[in-house]
Design a protein around this ligand. Structure first.
Ligand code: RIB
Length: 308
């Protein structure tokens, strides 16, 4: 029998306002879209829900506002079986929101209003240290204060917990953050920004991974959308192709991938097998609209055959 994965997520919780649009507007342009829907999201919460649906025991650290969205989001996480004790509900701040136009071809762009997410502090991590120390994997992203990211990674490493940093949205990070990171999982744009400080330079996956390696991370992995995943190996680069699926909405593709990777590693799969498992998880996620509504359950992933 597989060991049950024990995952801690430290990150954002947002309500996503999603609007279907024939095209993404360019600067100064107004586009008439369809009706909007509100959908539970946030990179942290998406990763937590995805890991829970894959069968993991999940604890989430985060902050919500004391508003109707905050109540809805907290209830939703609890309904998904996530341990929400380390989530604070704050009177003075609104819950995080994300505004997401999605095109008919499934592409999107996202603007986040972080609200309460920015109130998650190193003190919250210190209070919850006992919940981190027995985890297999800690996942963190960059929609919360960077000092909290550092505190979470430091606490995890103190207890030999594997750390995954999903550097989204990407920004320059300190050497300490890189050194506390066992696995970094940017997409290509994020990888170029971190490795070269510039997204206009066209770098190959090999160059991005080499750049990330030089920054001091344990292992660099690059998600490449329809081109699959590239990752650092002892003697070079490993590639896993994407599964061929009909793309409806790419929102939370990266989040579902990170959750799949964390669960796979916690279940003691080899690194390449954990990546293959995560690729299947994200392939299923892009076939449905919305962030959390699109996240697959374990049974769906186990029954899915990845056609390359
Ligand atoms: O990764 C997708 C997520 O990014 C959305 O759910 C949105 O809330 C933003 O955090």
């Amino acid at each position: 029998m597989k060991p049950k994965a024990n995952i801690v997520v430290v990150g954002s919780i947002n309500m996503d306002m999603v609007i279907q649009t024939p095209k993404l507007p360019v600067i100064g342009e107004t586009v008439l879209g369809g009706n909007y829907t509100t959908v539970p999201g946030g990179k942290g919460a998406n990763q937590a829900v995805a890991a829970s649906r894959l069968g993991a025991h999940v604890v989430m650290f985060g902050c919500l506002g004391q508003d109707p969205f905050g109540r809805q989001l907290l209830e939703h996480l609890q309904m998904e079986g996530i341990v929400t004790d380390p989530i604070s509900v704050l009177e003075e701040y609104p819950s995080g929101m994300a505004f997401i136009p999605v095109t008919d071809t499934g592409d999107n762009c996202i603007v986040v209003s972080p609200g309460a997410n920015m109130q998650l502090t190193p003190a919250h991590i210190a209070q919850g240290e006992d919940l981190i120390k027995n985890a297999d994997v800690l996942m963190v992203q960059l929609e919360i204060p960077i000092e909290t990211v550092k505190a979470a990674l430091t606490t995890a490493k103190k207890h030999n917990v594997v750390t995954i940093l999903n550097p989204a949205p990407a920004k320059a990070l300190s050497a300490e953050i890189y050194e506390l990171t066992d696995i970094i999982t940017p997409n290509e744009t994020e990888g170029m920004l971190l490795a070269a400080g510039d997204v206009r330079q066209a770098l190959s996956p090999e160059q991005i991974i080499a750049g990330l390696q030089r920054l001091g991370v344990g292992k660099a992995l690059l998600t490449r959308g329809g081109d699959g995943v590239a990752y650092q190996t002892e003697d070079g680069i490993g590639f896993v192709p994407a599964c061929k699926v009909e793309v409806v909405d790419t929102t939370a593709a990266g989040d579902s991938f990170n959750a799949g990777l964390a669960v796979g590693l916690a279940e003691k799969l080899s690194f390449p097998d954990a990546v293959r498992f995560a690729v299947k998880v994200s392939a299923l996620a892009v076939t449905k609209p919305g962030a959390q509504p699109s996240l697959p359950f374990r049974k769906d992933v186990d029954e899915f055959t990845c056609i390359l």
